[in-house]
Design a protein. Structure first.
Length: 421
């Protein structure tokens, strides 16, 4: 790789050993992928070290002790527990105490303890064309597609980019890797594509076909921000999609032709009612007469407006969560605090729900592997209803529960009824 004088100085220890080592890792990584040079990145979304993974917290504590400091604004992704409500969530003390040790380490490094999968909803909105580095597939795909910032799946290298402000020029940072590969002609009415769960189902269907390529979705109705979030999160779940185009709702191409950069799609697929129905059916294996014990909303993490919707729903319907059901509405700690201020938390809790910050069921102690390690009953959840394909897919695989996919209002009705309605 060609290095600037400044980069050579960083690599040779002119800014200390931590920076030199980080540059060395990044250089090796870049050379393995034939990157010609480094670029400056302006923002990092960092993988909060989760205490359900062996050694991760210890590792960040040790790294922070080396004097490492981030060079660019850096936010953190989710933790393995809600640090304020871990006990109420049934999280073992050991997981909480270990997890809590990560916070001072992050702060020492200058990392912001946002602990969320939706940093873009709390103000981290890099401009179109900016180069960034991010973990969390639902954030990555949103940054790339909806905002038009450029990032690869950051993984472990996010740490090294955060402390150097550098990343090898490769992958989705390059124009040629951002052109569409498959065209999806969507033949759905406004009624078929109405809720977040519908957009999630659409993404889940498309992601399973394209894998890691770049789909172009034509005619996706009139999505708002959270529908685009739901669509992206699902694309990155059934496939490993990192970038999609949905002209004119995504940032880079205002027409389908431009999304293919003058080329032709390698495949054209139609999506209609049947494909959507198939996704709902595939992710629903709870029977009509089965009891449910868990409902999750807020995957990806909810914003304030969504929390208000839930509290209003309970008030409007004068409803309470069924005593055998846990209702988790997941968000980040900043939004939870704002919702406290507005009285939203009080109202949701009075109805029997919980607003969870920092984590979600998938990232928590409820995973089968963690339960086994801590001698907890498995599965922790028998049957979960959710409006997110990502949540349904991962809790099915990682927690081992039955699932049902339905829209948000119906999720709330199920929480009240204690069964699928
Ligand atoms: Fe976020 Fe958990 Fe969903 S990390 S995207 S709420 S699986």
């Amino acid at each position: 790789m060609k290095l600037t004088d400044e980069e050579k100085k960083m690599l040779e220890g002119g800014y200390g050993e931590v920076v030199a080592k980080a540059m060395d890792y990044l250089r090796q990584f870049g050379e393995a992928f034939d990157a010609e040079r480094f670029v400056d990145v302006v923002y990092a979304h960092y993988p909060a070290e989760m205490s359900i993974y062996r050694g991760m917290v210890e590792d960040v504590v040790e790294y922070a002790d080396t004097g490492a400091r981030v060079k660019i604004p850096t936010t953190t992704s989710t933790l393995a527990c809600d640090l304020d409500q871990w006990e109420k969530c049934g999280c073992p003390r050991e997981i909480y105490e270990l997890q809590a040790r990560a916070v001072p380490a992050h702060r020492k490094m200058g990392i912001l303890d946002t602990y969320t999968c939706t940093p873009q909803l709390v103000g981290f909105v890099p401009p179109k064309g900016s180069l960034i580095i991010s973990v969390e597939s639902s954030a990555i795909i949103y940054y790339n597609s909806v905002l038009g910032a450029r990032t690869n799946r950051g993984g472990v290298f996010t740490r090294y980019s955060a402390v150097t402000g550098k990343y090898p020029l490769m992958g989705y940072l390059l124009d040629e890797n951002r052109k569409g590969t498959h065209l999806f002609e969507i033949d759905l009415t406004a009624d078929d594509l109405k809720t977040d769960s519908d957009y999630s189902a659409l993404g889940f269907h498309v992601g399973a076909i394209v894998g890691s390529e770049v789909p172009v979705l034509d005619n996706i109705g009139a999505p708002n921000q959270t529908k685009m979030l739901a669509l992206g999160a699902a694309l990155a779940t059934s496939g490993s999609v990192t970038l999609f185009h949905a002209p004119p709702h995504t940032a880079e191409a205002d027409t389908v032709d431009r999304a293919f950069q003058g080329g032709k799609p390698k495949e054209i697929c139609q999506v209609g009612k049947k494909e959507m129905r198939d996704v709902y059916d595939k992710l629903t294996n709870i029977g009509d007469s089965d009891a449910i014990d868990f409902v999750t909303l807020g995957c990806p993490h909810y914003d304030l407006e969504k929390l208000r919707y839930v509290s209003d729903w309970f008030e409007r319907n004068d409803a309470k969560v069924h005593p055998d059901v846990r209702l988790w509405i997941c968000t980040n700690r900043m939004t939870r605090r704002a919702a406290e201020w507005e009285g939203i938390i009080r109202s949701i809790e009075a109805a029997g729900g919980m607003v969870i910050a920092d984590t979600c069921p998938v990232e928590s102690h409820m995973r089968i592997s963690t339960c086994k390690e801590f001698g907890l009953e498995t599965p922790q959840i028998k049957a979960m209803v959710t409006d997110s394909c990502k949540m349904a897919r991962y809790v099915g695989d990682l927690i081992g529960c039955k699932t049902a996919l339905t829209d948000r209002d119906n999720c709330l009705k199920c929480a009240v009824a204690g069964k699928l309605v």
